[in-house]
Design a protein around this ligand. Sequence first.
Ligand code: THU
Length: 127
Amino acid sequence: MDALTESALNARRNAHAPFSHFQVGAALEDDTGRIHTGCNVENATYGLTVCAERVAVFKAISEGARKFTRIAVAADTDVLTPPCGACRQILWEFCGDVELILVNPRGKTETFRLKDLFPRPFDASFL
Ligand code: THU
């Protein structure tokens, strides 16, 4: 398992998921090779919950990173957990057609391009 998927699995351990008990980790690699991690952070008003992917993206942007090469998403499911619709939109906005690696704690992985999971996206080109 490579450093990016290991980082996503490690970040998952920090998940704050007292309501769903569904822990997710994400690790986003920028064009300098730096890895930015995130985990899901839930809230008692459930709608304020932020997914692991968005935490990783916003942390990276706030640190000055702007170009991204890969993102790994870790959850403990046998059918590997993909990003939700809102996260696909955010990933498209900041990462474009990024490589997306799904992983579980037993080392199962699957790799996609974002455009295959998020066809015909809305983006700034329409504005
Ligand atoms: N969740 C993520 O963090 N990322 C995903 O890709 C799917 C869902 C979180 C949100 C919530 O805390 C929990 O998983 C259950 O939906």
